[in-house]
Write a protein that binds this ligand. Structure first.
Ligand SMILES: Nc1nc2c(c(=O)[nH]1)N[C@H]1C(S)=C(S)[C@@H](COP(=O)(O)O)O[C@H]1N2
Ligand SMILES: [Mo]
Length: 201
C-alpha cells in the first residue's frame, strides 16, 4: 500500500533539532480556509515547461496513485511522526509537463491566496506527493482537502494546502512566508527556519 517511506538521513534522531513531538495533528493555517468540492479543483503546471498542464479531478485520479508515510515538521516546533498520505507523485506531473533546462525554482500557489517557494530540486523529489487522502480518509478540509502538496524533507510550510498550481521559474520568486523572513529552502535538519537579515530582499 505504501509505495514509499521517506526516511531522513539521520535514523538515530527522528526528531530534528529544536522540535517537540506531538501525537496530534495540529492545524496551522494563515488566512482563509477555502471550501472546495473535488470537481472544482484544477491543478496547473506552468511557466518554464514544454507542456503546460491543467488537470481536473478525474484526470488526477486516473494517474498512478502512491502512498507515503512520512514525518511532518512545523517551524513553530511541533513534529508529528508517521503521517500516512496517498496521492499522485509530483514527479508524475513533472514527467508530463517536461521542465525546460532553464527551470530552477518553483512558486506554489493555492486557493485562498497562500503561496510558497522552493528550489526545483527539492520539489522534484520522488517522495513528494499531491495528497488527497490522510490516514485512509479523504483529506479533511482544514488539512488542505481536497488536494495539498506534501514535501516531507522540508518544514511543513512548504507543504501547501488547497494547492492550485505550480509555476516553474528561471529566477526565484518568493512565497508568502519566504517574503516574511522565513528560509528559502527550510531544511529542518539544518534548522533553516529564518533567512539572514536582508537576504530575501
Ligand atoms: N494554503 C496554505 N497551506 C499551508 C499553510 C497555510 O496557511 N495555507 N500553512 C502551512 C504551515 S505553516 C504548516 S505547518 C502546514 C500545516 O498543515 P496542517 O494544518 O495540515 O497541519 O501547512 C502549510 N500549508
Ligand atoms: Mo508551520
Amino acid at each position: 500500500m505504501f509505495g514509499s517511506f521517506y526516511k531522513p538521513k539521520h535514523p538515530a534522531h527522528r526528531v530534528p533539532p529544536g522540535q517537540v513531538l506531538t501525537d496530534k495533528f495540529p492545524v496551522l493555517t494563515y488566512g482563509p480556509t477555502p471550501s472546495l468540492r473535488p470537481e472544482e479543483v484544477r491543478l496547473e503546471v506552468g511557466g518554464q515547461v514544454e507542456n503546460p498542464l491543467s488537470l481536473g479531478w478525474d484526470e488526477l485520479m486516473a494517474l498512478p496513485q502512491t502512498g507515503l508515510k512520512a514525518d511532518f515538521h512545523c517551524v513553530t516546533r511541533w513534529s508529528r511522526l508517521d503521517v500516512e498520505w496517498q496521492g499522485v507523485r509530483v514527479l508524475e506531473l513533472l514527467q508530463q509537463a517536461r521542465p525546460r533546462p532553464e527551470a530552477r525554482y518553483v512558486l506554489v500557489y493555492c486557493y485562498g491566496g497562500y503561496t510558497t517557494s522552493l528550489p526545483l530540486e527539492d520539489f522534484a523529489r520522488e517522495e513528494n506527493l499531491l495528497a488527497h487522502t490522510l490516514f485512509g480518509q479523504p483529506l479533511p478540509r482544514e488539512h488542505g482537502g481536497p488536494l495539498r502538496l506534501v514535501v516531507p524533507h522540508l518544514y511543513a510550510w512548504k507543504s501547501a494546502k488547497w494547492v492550485r498550481g505550480f509555476q516553474l521559474l528561471e529566477r526565484e520568486e518568493l512565497g508568502f512566508w519566504e517574503r516574511n523572513g522565513y528560509h528559502r529552502r527550510g531544511d529542518p535538519w539544518r534548522e533553516e527556519r529564518f533567512s539572514s537579515p536582508g537576504e530575501n530582499l
